[in-house]
Design a protein around this ligand. Structure first.
Ligand SMILES: [Zn+2]
Length: 326
């Protein structure tokens, strides 16, 4: 007997991984519907990008929807006009959330970990996708954190607080760790903003014995360099991946609202902890990326969020990377 339709469709090696893609298996086994199903699962959420001898994978953890008031300038007449001109919703922002894995020289590293289930049902797919891509979280040697906001650290732990990367060290800037673990800082912010402290602490808790705090730019793993870009949070850090002359800068929240903050880099979000510094870092990273023709990957850019930064006068732009066959 030949393979069943399900085995044929999924392949035995991929079957386990496909189970992680909620609902896919059931639809694959059913006869082809005449119409698209009422509720479908998108599967094109994993994209591999080669950087020299390294493979960087973007995963779309999901997306978050927030009111225009989170970017006050986006809520003005000019902001709404730019949103309309760019075919964006003029009532609310949709923030994609991407995470990254870097496979290099037999090592597997992860950059940020997504929302798990703490920020609603539209995000939190990273772990399922990581397995679907053939990566075992137990084999991750290092988790690099761009910063410790909940959409970046929640995938570090299970709901019970267990480490989801049982053999990984966590690398984060010391100013970041200190900020979120300071009761004084937590007590300074309104009650509604204290959840971010809770999530940062919960994410970091099981990794305290294998934490590497960094204080300056430099190599954090072979071929991967930390580039401080503080402001969004006190220890906000980008990671530059370099191999055989190719480079990719993985940034966290240099941009929250695409394309408004490329066009208007001085526009800061309410959740930027040190706003003038966030603006300064955004412009510095934009200038570096545009002048050096450096490819970047952004957490909150439309999936896969890889491309180049252009500059014309005081405005910047984003050119998505072309599809890469491996
Ligand atoms: Zn973020």
């Amino acid at each position: 007997m030949g393979p069943s339709r399900r085995e044929f469709l999924l392949g035995t090696a991929a079957a386990g991984a496909a189970l992680m893609l909620d609902g896919l298996e059931a639809r694959a086994a059913a006869p082809a519907p005449a119409q698209a199903p009422a509720k479908a699962t998108q599967v094109a959420s994993i994209y591999r990008h080669k950087v020299g001898d390294m493979a960087v994978t973007s995963f779309m953890d999901g997306y978050l929807v927030r009111p225009l008031t989170v970017l006050p300038d986006g809520n003005t007449d000019e902001g709404k006009k730019l949103l309309a001109e760019n075919f964006m919703d003029t009532a609310q922002f949709q923030f994609p959330v991407n995470c990254h894995a870097v496979a290099a020289g037999g090592r597997l590293l992860v950059v940020d970990t997504g929302c798990r289930n703490v920020l609603g049902p539209t995000a939190g797919r990273f772990h399922g996708l990581l397995r679907a891509a053939g990566y075992d979280p137990a084999k991750v040697s290092t988790v690099l954190l761009t910063h410790m906001h909940p959409d970046h650290v929640s995938g570090l732990v299970s709901p019970e607080g267990q480490a989801l990367f049982p053999n990984a060290e966590v690398v984060v800037h010391e100013n970041e760790w200190k900020h979120w673990h300071s009761d004084e800082n937590m007590n300074k912010v309104p009650e509604a903003a204290r959840g971010a402290f809770k999530f940062a602490r919960a994410g970091g808790a099981p990794y305290k014995g294998r934490l590497r705090l960094i204080s300056k730019d430099g190599e954090v793993a072979p071929g991967i360099t930390a580039v401080a870009c503080p402001g969004h949070t006190p220890g906000h850090t980008a990671f530059l991946v370099s191999s055989s002359g190719a480079r990719l800068l993985i940034w966290g929240d240099i941009v929250n609202v695409q394309p408004l903050q490329f066009l208007r880099p001085a526009w800061a979000a309410t959740f930027d902890v040190i706003k003038p510094l966030a603006v300064q870092s955004r412009k510095r990273i934009f200038d570096m990326a545009s002048q050096e023709r450096l490819t970047i990957a952004g957490t909150h850019l439309g999936f896969p969020g890889i491309g180049n930064v252009t500059k014309r006068g005081s405005e910047y732009g984003f050119i998505p990377a072309r599809w890469q066959d491996l």
